[in-house]
Design a protein around this ligand. Structure first.
Ligand SMILES: [Zn+2]
Ligand SMILES: [Zn+2]
Length: 145
């Protein structure tokens, strides 16, 4: 028998994925109120059933797209969800319109999806995912980098 297929996971890695997969209390991942400031362009706000309030701007949300393509691309580039792409240094940088959703669609009772102004629309942002990536200062200091 060879060693192929056996993956060694360091203790630290194991601990980190434990933290990422820790079950959230149900009140922490059920939104009491969802507001998308589409015309203002300022992002999305969720007030959760446990009283916590989260806000993400649209650039963050676009850069945190959970679809497989974006996820893989971030993994390859070593970017965290929400982290902006490194812009190539050119003499004539191309103007890119800031990310904005053209339509916002609820997905069942568990998620929301955006049709972005760059045409991308395959990401399904589950409440669970959003709460785990709450961008408020309090949560940001708790998240494992
Ligand atoms: Zn995507
Ligand atoms: Zn938070």
């Amino acid at each position: 028998m060879g060693h192929e297929g056996i993956r060694f996971v360091s203790e630290e890695e194991a601990r980190r994925s434990d933290a990422a997969e820790r079950e959230l209390p149900s009140d922490a991942k059920v939104p009491a109120k969802v507001r998308v400031f589409k015309s203002e362009g300022t992002g999305m706000e969720i007030v959760w059933k446990d009283g916590h309030r989260s806000h993400w701007d649209f650039a963050w949300l676009r850069n945190a797209c959970p679809c497989a393509t974006c996820h893989d691309e971030r993994k390859r580039a070593g970017r965290k969800p929400g982290e902006p792409k490194q812009q190539p240094q050119t003499l004539l940088p191309m103007y890119q319109a800031p990310p904005r959703p053209e339509t916002v669609t609820p997905v069942g009772h568990y998620a929301i999806s955006f049709h972005w102004n760059d045409g991308h629309q395959s990401g399904i942002y589950s409440w669970d995912y959003l709460r785990r990536h709450c961008a408020c200062e309090e949560c940001a200091t708790q998240q494992v980098s």
